[in-house]
Design a protein. Structure first.
Length: 283
C-alpha cells in the first residue's frame, strides 16, 4: 500500500514540499513543475523517493498493524465483543490512536525526504552553500550536526498533523465505504469504490491539517541552515511575515496527490490483505 502511494504521488509531493518551503519562488503548481523540469530534469520530481518509500512502507505497516490493535482497544472501551463491527466514528478514533505509533517511524524518514526535495531551493536562496544530493549524505549530515535526535526535528508538528489527520482519514474512508456499500458488506466493494473511498479519506486528512504540515516542512527543511524555533514559533513567524495564505502554499498538488495516492494506497491495502487472508485460510 505504501509503495503504491509513493509511486503514484511522489511528483505532487515534491511540488508540495518546494511550494511550502519557498512559496515566493513559485507562482503555482504548473510554474513549479516547469521550473523543476528546466533546472534538474524529470528526475527532480522523484528526489527523495527512496526515503519516501521507506517512510510510507514503514508508516503504513505500523499504521495498519496498530489500527487493528486500536480497534480492539476501542471495542474494550465501548464494551462490545471483539468481533463486533465498529461504527465509522469508532474506526476513525482507532485510526487516530494508531497514527501516534506510526509517527515514530515516519518522522526520521520524512525529514530526509523533505530535505532532498527542497535541496535545490536551499542552495538557490543562499541558505546553504552546497547541498547533499544523496540519501546517505543527508543522513550523515544530520548525524554529524545534531546527532541521532536530529532525525526527530519536527516530531511535535508531525504528531499534531497525524493524530487529528488520521481521524479524518479513516473516518472519511469508512464513511465513503459505507455509502458505496449501501447495506451490503464493505468487503464486497470493487476497485472503483475503494479508489474513490481512499481518495476521499486522503482529501479529508489534508484539508483538516494542511497548515500544520506546512509548518512541519519548514522546520525540517530550514533546520539544515541552523536551529529553528518550535512549532508555535514557526507558525507565528510565517503568519506575521508572509500572511495566513502562506500556510496553504502547495495545497493544489497536495489535493491532487491526496486523491490519487491514497486511492492507490487503500486499493493495494485491501487487495493485498484479502490475498493474505486467503493464503492463511488455505493453511
Amino acid at each position: 500500500g505504501g509503495t503504491a502511494c509513493v509511486v503514484t504521488g511522489q511528483p505532487f509531493d515534491t511540488a508540495k514540499v518546494k511550494m511550502q518551503t519557498f512559496p515566493s519562488m513559485y507562482k503555482g503548481l504548473v510554474d513549479c513543475f516547469v521550473k523543476t523540469y528546466k533546472q534538474v530534469g524529470f528526475r527532480g520530481f522523484y528526489k527523495g523517493t527512496t526515503p519516501a518509500l521507506l517512510a510510507n512502507i514503514a508508516e503504513n505497516s505500523v499504521l495498519f498493524m496498530c489500527y487493528g490493535f486500536c480497534q480492539q482497544i476501542v471495542r474494550r472501551i465501548v464494551g462490545v465483543d471483539r468481533k463486533t463491527k465498529l461504527s465509522d466514528l469508532q474506526n476513525a478514533a482507532a485510526g487516530s490512536f494508531a497514527s501516534a505509533f506510526a509517527t515514530l517511524v515516519l518522522c526520521p524518514t520524512e525529514l530526509v525526504k523533505c530535505r532532498l526535495q527542497a535541496m535545490h531551493e536551499m542552495q538557490l536562496s543562499g541558505k546553504i552553500v552546497q547541498g547533499h544530493n544523496t540519501v546517505w549524505s543527508v543522513v550523515k549530515g544530520v548525524i554529524q550536526k545534531d546527532g541521532p535526535l536530529g532525525f526527530y526535528r519536527g516530531l511535535s508538528s508531525t504528531l499534531l498533523r497525524e493524530v487529528p489527520g488520521y481521524f479524518f482519514f479513516f473516518g472519511g474512508y469508512e464513511l465513503s465505504r459505507t455509502f458505496f456499500a449501501s447495506g451490503r458488506s464493505k468487503d464486497e466493494l470493487g476497485p472503483i469504490p475503494l479508489l474513490l473511498s481512499g481518495g476521499f479519506g486522503g482529501s479529508c486528512l489534508w484539508i483538516a491539517v494542511y497548515p500544520v504540515d506546512c509548518v512541519k516542512s519548514r522546520i525540517q527543511v530550514l533546520s539544515m541552515a541552523g536551529k529553528q524555533t518550535g512549532f508555535m514559533g514557526t507558525f507565528v513567524t510565517v503568519v506575521r511575515t508572509e500572511g495566513v495564505l502562506a500556510l496553504y502554499s502547495g495545497l493544489t498538488p497536495t489535493m491532487i496527490r491526496a486523491f490519487v495516492a491514497n486511492g492507490a494506497l487503500f486499493l493495494a491495502y485491501e487487495y493485498s490483505r484479502k490475498l493474505m487472508m486467503k493464503q492463511i485460510d488455505s493453511y
